[in-house]
Design a protein around this ligand. Structure first.
Ligand code: MN
Length: 273
């Protein structure tokens, strides 16, 4: 198919999704697609990328499949193993993806299935072990998913638009952000990650070091319900009876907050792997 045929096909497709285009976000993207399709300097890859992102937006919420317990999969790399050379060698990419990431996926599935068995048998004596495995492998899997898809041999090398505005708002300038991110990465003690995060509470970006990602979160998840078990939360009343405090805490729990958070958190959807 040549460029002109592809343009016609996309135009037909855009008119076939008129209904969905009422949505403000989709309408803007569709408008932008029509605009760049008429720009001789834009490439078919750019059209395809934008069309794909529009298609994702109009998939109804329940059509986006969830990942079953123990059903995580290694995502295919969006480029070849040698694509990032000379910056990252083919050998590293192959081992890193095929062996290391795969082992996180396997370990995460194993932990999820073990916890499923524990719930069925009401036997939680290994809970600490499996929660550690869940965090170590879950963080590994989720962070690598972000990592692979945030690289490309022919990607966008500088943020623009909303991302750039927020970087400037949060860190003063793109250069200052880059310096802090690099410094954070270089000074992660031992093993870990540098991570740019969005803080919904402060509506700002932040840079964090995940020193040893297994302590003890999955780094791609949104907290809904929390129970403070620091000593200051119960010691004056319960002394060392932490278990009693936990059992009695259920009398004052209020699910309205977790439910409201869930509703908002569900707006965020990553590709299922
Ligand atoms: Mn890695």
């Amino acid at each position: 198919m040549n460029k002109e045929e592809y343009r016609m096909q996309l135009k037909d497709w855009l008119s076939s999704i008129q209904g969905a285009v009422q949505d403000e976000n989709i309408r803007q993207k569709a408008e932008h697609l029509s605009f760049i399709m008429n720009d001789e300097h834009s490439s078919e890859e750019e059209w395809y990328e934008l069309a794909e992102s529009i298609a994702e937006d109009i998939i109804p919420q329940d059509a986006m499949r969830d990942v079953a317990v123990g059903g995580h999969q290694l995502p295919p790399l969006p480029y070849r193993y040698d694509a990032l050379e000379p910056f990252i060698s083919k050998e590293i990419m192959y081992l890193h993806h095929q062996k290391h990431h795969q082992s996180y996926v396997d370990g995460l599935n194993q932990a999820e299935l073990a916890l499923k068995r524990a719930r069925r048998t009401n036997d939680f004596k290994m809970i600490k072990h499996w929660e550690r495995e869940l965090a170590f492998n879950g963080a590994g899997h989720y962070l690598h998913c972000i990592f692979w898809f945030s690289m490309s041999p022919s990607g966008k090398q500088k943020p623009t638009g909303q991302m750039l505005r927020l970087i400037e708002q949060s860190f003063e300038s793109y250069d200052a952000f880059k310096s802090q991110f690099s410094a954070a990465a270089k000074q992660v003690e031992g093993v870990g990650w540098a991570i740019l995060v969005w803080a919904p509470r402060s509506q700002r970006l932040e840079i964090l070091q995940a020193e040893r990602h297994q302590f003890l979160s999955q780094w791609d998840v949104i907290p809904l319900l929390t129970l403070d078990v620091w000593e200051h939360a119960y010691y004056l009343q319960y002394l060392n009876e932490k278990a009693t405090y936990v059992d009695r805490w259920w009398n004052v729990v209020d699910w309205r907050e977790p439910e409201a958070r869930l509703k908002q958190a569900q707006q965020v959807k990553w590709a299922p792997f």
